[in-house]
Ligand binder design. Structure first.
Ligand SMILES: [Zn+2]
Length: 76
């Protein structure tokens, strides 16, 4: 009789551990998506995505580098 009780406790412990583990795994999966919230812009010349803070602003457009800004406005 004591053996059955031990097995029942062991099964309950395994279920409890699995549930805790799954809950922690879900939390780990959801977290990495948040840092992507930074504002991204496209280079008007080559279309590469870059953070707004690293872009070169020229009027309403963004560029990834000075070279691409000059390539977009060749007459300047
Ligand atoms: Zn570019």
């Amino acid at each position: 009789m004591a053996k059955i009780l031990l097995i029942a406790i062991a099964i309950a412990a395994v279920f409890w551990l699995l549930r805790n583990h799954r809950r922690r795994a879900n939390r780990d999966v959801q977290r990495p998506a948040e840092p992507q919230a930074e504002d991204m812009v496209d280079c008007a010349h080559c279309g590469v995505h870059l953070p707004r803070a690293e872009g070169i602003i020229s009027g309403p457009r963004y560029f990834c580098s000075k070279e691409h800004e000059q390539a977009f406005h060749p007459k300047r």
